[in-house]
Write a protein that binds this ligand. Sequence first.
Ligand SMILES: [Zn+2]
Length: 276
Amino acid sequence: MGIFSKPRLRGTEKREDMPEGHWHKCPGCEAMIHHLELEQNLKCCHHCGHHFLIGARERIAMLADPDSFEETDAGLTSGNPLGFQGYLEKTSSLREATGLDDAVVCGRMTMGGHPTMIAVMDFKFFAGSMGSVVGEKIARAVERAIDERRGMIIVSASSGARMQEGMLSLMQLAKTCGALARLAAAGLPYISLMTHPTTGGVTASFATIGDINLAEPGSMIGFAGPRVVKETTHQNLPPGFQTAEFMLEHGLVDAIVPRAQSRDRMIDLLGFMMPL
Ligand SMILES: [Zn+2]
């Protein structure tokens, strides 16, 4: 058969009875899932348990006591300290597309009655990269937790430091860790939840220094990507390299918590570390 007479590949034709955007294919088991079903199941596949990405605001709604969340430092946006070409246009179009000011949402809330500050990263905004706004908002959230005697929760989802802000991005690693050291000195708990993916400068700073480090099942957690590690070390990587399960086995993660259980688990942990 000549190449030009090949039949079209199966699945490339759109089904007319399937409205666009209502169905999602599960990357774990390839099942088609209706978006309402996905919403009801906290964006997890009910066949194989695959955890889909979720936005910062959805995550906060899932974790906070009803009506307890009060956002802080909304409206902080990046400058363009390096004069990086197209950077301001890119962040401005992302703000419009996502309704977020930058890649993290912070605020006060209670969880099971425990006073907490929370910072949740959103991968939709610039792949969750950490520039000066992300670092500043997280540091301020930690400082508020110290001033107001609150527990700290950070939910990470990040491709790492934001290269468009160069050294100013890398400075956020030290700044966030410094703030968390002061939180520890004040005797207040910090719970880190790593979600898919948590990589680069975020893994190398605040995401992995929780009093308790939790992870969602199947999340990729690492510093450099597997391809870079393989090319640099010239070694074959072990199976499951850079998954949450691998990190649990090797001691970087304390527990893997399915999304549906994360609120209850965090409330239990806060109860141990800062009893009401
Ligand atoms: Zn699935």
